[in-house]
Design a protein around this ligand. Structure first.
Ligand code: ADP
Length: 182
């Protein structure tokens, strides 16, 4: 079983749902930068106050801020992990590489969840989170195309990438992902 995983894919593809499930069943640490940032916003920490407006616009929070969050959680954790929503651009991917070098760890698998735009937007509109109105959703998809999509070829070149069709039932998708990790 692979122990060090990244989940990649557009907003609405169901990364969070699948990541949570897989992490729970395999005993991995689930790190969702989106969830962690929302936690900081809710607790009104300095970091949360810095991130709140950026998130509401559907843009990316600064690399340094997000990296600090990930670093603090991976350092001192010896078991497997699943990163969900990070890295989200090439600078974050490079920063993750050097962090993992420091920790003498390696990514074992990058799961790419794929779904067409119509269904992504449908799902996000049904979710009703603060940053889930149509204009912000469209902007988040643009940010994904521009900044995050280059990571697909980045990890493909490193022979880590496995695409998964993210349509169908939660169970069916989970089964596809489980097959890739074992
Ligand atoms: P989704 O995948 O639906 O866009 P997330 O919960 O992953 O939702 O992210 C919500 C918001 O949190 C993003 O739009 C962005 O503002 C911020 N965010 C999450 N992860 C990162 C990251 N790695 N780098 C920068 N900003 C991030």
């Amino acid at each position: 079983m692979k122990q060090r995983l990244l989940f990649l894919g557009p907003p609405g593809a169901g990364k969070g749902t699948q990541a949570e499930r897989l992490a729970a069943s395999q005993g991995l640490l689930h790190l969702s930068t989106g969830d962690l940032l929302r936690g900081e916003v809710a607790a009104a920490t300095e970091l949360g106050c810095e991130a709140e407006a950026v998130m509401a616009r559907g843009e990316l929070v600064s690399d340094g801020l997000v990296l600090a969050i990930v670093r603090s959680r991976l350092e001192g954790h010896s078991g497997g992990w699943l990163l969900d929503g990070f890295p989200r651009n090439l600078a974050q991917a490079e920063a993750l590489n050097s962090l993992l070098e420091d920790l003498a760890q390696q990514i074992e698998l990058v799961v790419l969840m794929e779904l067409d735009d119509d269904r992504l937007i449908q799902r996000l509109l049904g979710r009703g989170r603060a940053d889930d109105n149509e204009a912000v959703i469209r902007h988040r998809l643009e940010v994904y195309r521009e900044q995050t999509e280059p990571l697909i070829s980045y990890y493909r070149q490193r022979q880590l990438l496995e695409p998964v069709e993210a349509s169908g039932s939660v169970e069916a998708i989970a089964a596809r992902i489980l097959e890739l990790t074992s």
